[in-house]
Design a protein around this ligand. Structure first.
Ligand SMILES: NC(=O)c1ccc[n+]([C@@H]2O[C@H](COP(=O)([O-])OP(=O)(O)OC[C@H]3O[C@@H](n4cnc5c(N)ncnc54)[C@H](OP(=O)(O)O)[C@@H]3O)[C@@H](O)[C@H]2O)c1
Length: 283
């Protein structure tokens, strides 16, 4: 089996490449230096040459705050880039996985968002990712749209690594306590994506670990699991001004996994413990 992974040098892309290789698939992992998704012709030519069975599209413009200033770039990559991937994947008959985000929601709800909840993004990044979802629906016939959230893992930068670094540099850390979401271990996510693509249960899926927390609670658990002694103070979103607005609540209900007979992912605390153990061994 052949799989093409876009954004292959990103946090999730690296994990995808590693897992599909382990599963003995032929993996063609490309980042923007080898396959720039904004170049429609290049995308068609690369996919036409490889003829993959599956394309996992993890390449994206992910700088949430900068997107507010670089609006057109965000839409160019996340919307039109995704259209280019959808058109080319459809042309070669490959199943398509598009990785999307919890930031498609506005956060006004106080009950978990399921796959039929109405999106209403409140920042440019979320709007551009939602536009990408729409292009996938418009131009591809056998797709999985996988919305995920608060990803942590071995590669790239993420909240867990940032907290561990800050704990070494500071005596006290301020963390936002009024934004709630679902942490997701990249390894668990790629394994579920792998499971999905072997089925024909196409559609939209919310995939994260189960359970939820605020960023503050997440930080506290990271430090307690690692036995790190640092003062963690809660603060509100209003005390931590950033360019892009964030949803205050983007907790997922995993209804599509449940109704389609897939097992839910383990609780985020169990996944975090496994990640931290592996991280500790390496550092
Ligand atoms: N991380 C999270 O918490 C999270 C949450 C929800 C959804 N997601 C989604 O998950 C996916 C993977 O995210 P990630 O965390 O792995 O982000 P990431 O580490 O930023 O990876 C994205 C990769 O895409 C590449 N890329 C940018 N522009 C491209 C282009 N024109 N053509 C091809 N590749 C391009 C980036 O390269 P450069 O770095 O060189 O620009 C980067 O290597 C994205 O779709 C993101 O929206 C992530």
């Amino acid at each position: 089996m052949k799989v093409v992974v876009t954004g292959a040098k990103g946090q999730l892309g690296k994990e995808l490449v590693k897992w599909f290789r382990q599963m003995e698939w032929n993996v063609y992992g490309y980042d923007k230096d080898e396959l720039d998704i904004t170049d429609a012709q290049q995308v068609i030519s690369v996919l036409g040459h490889i003829h993959p069975h599956v394309v996992v599209h993890a390449g994206a413009y992910t700088k949430v705050d900068e997107a507010e200033k670089e609006k057109e770039k965000a839409f160019f990559v996340n919307a039109y880039g995704t259209r280019n991937v959808a058109v080319a994947a459809e042309k070669v008959g490959a199943k398509l996985v598009y990785v999307s985000t919890d930031y498609v929601f506005d956060g006004a709800q106080r009950v978990p968002y399921h796959e039929f909840s109405s999106p209403n993004p409140i920042n440019i990044y979320g709007k551009s990712k939602l536009a990408g979802e729409q292009f996938v629906r418009d131009f591809h016939s056998r797709f999985f749209i996988v919305r995920t959230s608060w990803v942590f893992g071995a590669y790239g930068n993420n909240f867990v690594k940032t907290m561990l670094r800050l704990a070494k540099e500071k005596e006290e850390i301020l963390v936002v306590d009024d934004q709630y979401g679902c942490p997701t271990y990249a390894v668990d996510l790629v394994q579920k994506i792998y499971e999905l693509v072997q089925t024909e249960k196409y559609g939209l899926y919310h995939i994260s670990n189960t359970g939820y927390c605020s960023w503050y609670e997440f930080a506290k658990i990271i430090f307690s699991e690692m036995g790190v002694n640092v003062r963690v103070q809660r603060c509100g979103t209003k005390d931590y001004l950033r360019l892009a607005a964030r949803p205050s609540y983007s907790v997922f209900d995993h209804m599509a996994l449940r109704l389609n007979g897939f097992e839910l992912l383990r609780h985020w605390r169990d996944a975090l413990r496994e990640f931290l153990h592996a991280y500790e061994v390496k550092h």
